[in-house]
Design a binder for this molecule. Structure first.
Ligand SMILES: Nc1ncnc2c1ncn2[C@@H]1O[C@H](COP(=O)(O)OP(=O)(O)OP(=O)(O)O)[C@@H](O)[C@H]1O
Length: 201
């Protein structure tokens, strides 16, 4: 079943891009630094101006109020934003099991955002995103600041979420080994267009 589809999506730097992701599928997107991967993800989340058509479960963007589209098509930016000082205030709900998998106990909710390390911010931003119950995950280098053990746990959590919710995942990664582990299909952004990643030689 197709979950997420974009047709002729065009922003100032990217496009036109056509892409369809099935329910429960993970697609990896790579491409040179500055090729527009982050901008593409922001457009998909309807955070930047764009033209073209995007659909979730066959329903176009303008069939949703913008906040609902952004909740259902969830973007994990490379740098997360926090708007109050207490970690717990940012969570729609606290999933103790998922938090424990990423190394956080219930006391984490009382922590100040200012004390968070870069890797803690990245993992907590993912937990916060999943707490919103998105149908599509747009993950912008979600393990860029993590050690190998944490990378493994994040990959496991996203896989469990994807299978459990039949979510469609678009995962930006510069790491071919990671793409091989997490994705069923690999794409590359080149000169503003999305093309199939050439097989490794
Ligand atoms: N607000 C903006 N105004 C003008 N140009 C921008 C803006 N944001 C990004 N760009 C430019 O658009 C291009 C694509 O940026 P983007 O962040 O999407 O790249 P990326 O593929 O995600 O790169 P990386 O792999 O380094 O994260 C870059 O040349 C960047 O400088």
């Amino acid at each position: 079943m197709e979950r997420f589809r974009i047709e002729s999506l065009t922003t100032r730097h990217v496009g036109p891009v056509d892409l369809a992701i099935r329910a429960g599928e993970c697609v990896c997107l790579s491409g040179p630094s500055g090729s527009g991967k982050s901008l593409l993800l922001r457009a998909l989340a309807d955070l930047d101006p764009h033209t073209g058509d995007a659909r979730l479960d066959g329903r176009p963007t303008d069939g949703f109020v913008p906040a609902e589209w952004r909740r259902r098509v969830g973007l994990l930016p490379a740098e997360s934003h926090w708007w109050t000082d207490r970690v717990g205030d940012h969570f729609a709900r606290w999933d103790g099991e998922a938090a424990a998998l990423l190394g956080f106990g219930p006391e984490t909710r009382l922590w100040s955002v200012t004390r968070l390390s870069t890797g803690e911010r990245q993992r907590l931003a993912l937990l916060r995103l999943l707490a919103n119950d998105p149908a599509v995950l747009l993950l912008d280098e979600p393990t860029a600041s993590l050690d190998a053990a944490s990378v493994e746990r994040v990959e496991a959590l996203v896989a469990e979420y994807r299978r459990g919710r039949d979510a469609a995942v678009l995962w930006v990664s510069h790491d071919p080994a990671q793409a091989g582990r997490v994705a069923g299909r690999r794409l590359r952004l080149e000169a503003g267009r999305v093309v199939a990643e050439a097989a490794a030689t």
